[in-house]
Design a protein around this ligand. Structure first.
Ligand code: AMP
Length: 216
């Protein structure tokens, strides 16, 4: 089973992706993670991609498509992969369908995670990330014991540039303009399941599992 999670930034795709890959024991292809890794390692691709990621815009298709081609060469598409954050526009979706067909595979199910804009903005503006171990907190929802410092490794917490209000609002607009057309693209072929990304991570996961169960 090849799965795709789509939805606006902060709808909870990353959290549900972790749960799904644990449950189905499938590899996870997240272009956001791959890009952040390249940026941190200052690879040629990372240097080219950084300004787009920092501003909340989409990285040009040719860079991202290359990255996905490379990542997929490590996996067996017959056994299933979870895509998260890719494709993000129609050109990428068409490229993925063609790539899948080349491997005699197909994208079976697309899970659309939805949440209201205020929820998405609140999650981002309140999120703090540990500069040491990467643990995440929320200033009101899950505050650290000592304000500004990680409970686990005691390093300072940071507010990621792409979580600042101006950037998150821009990312939501980019989603609406470029990624939301995929909802129609996938629903036309009967591959789309919709879930509200609100409530606890466990509740959302249960909703996804029951939708997947009902589909079989
Ligand atoms: P994410 O962690 O999936 O929200 O991605 C973080 C950022 O990486 C996005 O705001 C984009 O700048 C970039 N990005 C991730 N995936 C893609 C993609 N499929 N196409 C273009 N840019 C992407």
């Amino acid at each position: 089973m090849n799965l795709l999670l789509i939805g606006p930034p902060n709808a909870g795709k990353g959290t549900q992706a972790k749960k799904l890959i644990d449950h189905f024991q499938m590899p996870h292809v997240s272009t956001g993670d791959l890009l952040r890794d390249n940026i941190a390692r200052k690879t040629e691709l990372g240097i080219l991609a950084k300004s787009y990621v920092d501003s909340g815009g989409l990285v040009p298709d040719e860079l991202v498509i290359d990255l996905v081609d490379q990542a997929l060469s490590q996996y067996d598409l017959q056994k299933g992969v979870l895509f998260d954050g890719y494709p993000r526009n129609i050109a990428q979706a068409e490229n993925l369908d063609a790539l899948m067909a080349k491997h005699d595979a197909r994208l079976d199910t697309v899970i659309l995670m939805q949440a209201d804009d205020e929820v998405l903005i609140n999650r981002a503006t309140g999120r703090r990330v540990c500069s040491g171990c990467g643990a995440t907190y929320h200033v009101t929802g899950r505050p650290p014991k000592i304000s500004g410092f990680c409970d686990i490794c005691h390093e300072p917490l940071i507010h990621r540039r792409d979580d600042k209000e101006d950037v998150i609002s821009h990312r939501i607009d980019v989603y609406k303009q470029q990624t939301r057309p995929l909802v129609e693209y996938y629903s036309k072929t009967g591959r789309l399941l919709k879930v509200r990304g609100e409530g606890s991570a466990e509740e959302v996961f249960e909703k996804i599992m029951s939708l997947l169960g009902n589909k079989e």
